[in-house]
Ligand binder design. Structure first.
Ligand SMILES: *Cc1c(COP(=O)(O)O)cnc(C)c1O
Length: 218
């Protein structure tokens, strides 16, 4: 019999267009629950806390691709740099500089997404749209950083049209920057969570980050 977690993953996958990647957000959930998702074929996992991510990475299968999706202090980049697949939510120049430094030490490029602020809440982090072109200029000088796209979070609201317009804004910015980049590399638009991923996919998301709909509430 399939477990609840497996059921949830199969169900989500059946509703997703094939080009959209499902990232299972497993923050605060114990390793055996991640293994249930793994048994269902899930390989992309998202975590928010550096220590928790490092602990899980050390005990779970090596073919898991780990996404760091939380706010990241620059002084913690070094702990995840050796193994992280993609850092969503790069929201400051200091983080970019630190990624470059750690990438140089490891002699590899550290992949990340630039987080943009599209929500109404001031508290949500990310660059403002008018800052993006100068951020991308800065990135050009960072040999060990590979920016693969954009990450965005919509406002926490029931108002679907507002959520949609925020995702639409993120997609427009993503497309605009993509014009100036190598499209084989810059091709990730990370947006959509349990409550809003359907809208996000309709608005062009390529990677959704889903936690509670897979693992239950936290
Ligand atoms: C926790 C979290 C998610 C997943 O949220 P759910 O509502 O549980 O799907 C997605 N993205 C980020 C950045 C998160 O912190």
């Amino acid at each position: 019999m399939r477990s609840r977690i497996e059921e949830n993953i199969f169900h989500l996958r059946s509703e997703l267009p094939p080009h959209v990647e499902l990232i299972a957000v497993s923050k605060t959930k114990p390793a055996p629950m991640l293994m249930e998702a793994y048994e269902a074929g899930q390989r992309h996992f998202g975590e928010n806390y550096v220590q928790e991510l490092c602990d899980k990475q050390a005990q779970l299968p090596t073919d898991i691709q780990w996404h760091f999706i939380g706010p990241l202090q620059s002084n913690k980049v070094k702990y995840i740099a050796p193994f992280v697949h993609l850092i969503h939510g790069v929201a400051g120049i200091s983080t970019l500089l630190e990624m470059n430094k750690q990438g140089q030490k490891l002699n590899k490029k550290i992949a990340g997404l630039i987080q943009i602020h599209v929500a109404q809440e001031e508290t949500k982090s990310g660059f403002e749209s008018h800052e993006l072109s100068s951020v991308m200029e800065e990135v050009k000088n960072l040999e060990y950083v590979q920016i693969r796209g954009i990450m965005a979070m919509a406002s926490f609201t029931e108002n679907e049209s507002q959520i949609r317009s925020e995702f639409r804004k993120a997609y427009a910015l993503f497309s605009q920057i993509k014009e100036t980049q190598d499209g084989h590399i810059f091709n990730v638009l990370s947006m959509g969570m349990s409550g809003d991923w359907k809208i996000a996919v309709e608005e062009g998301s390529t990677h959704i980050r889903v936690g509670s709909s897979i693992f239950g509430t936290r």
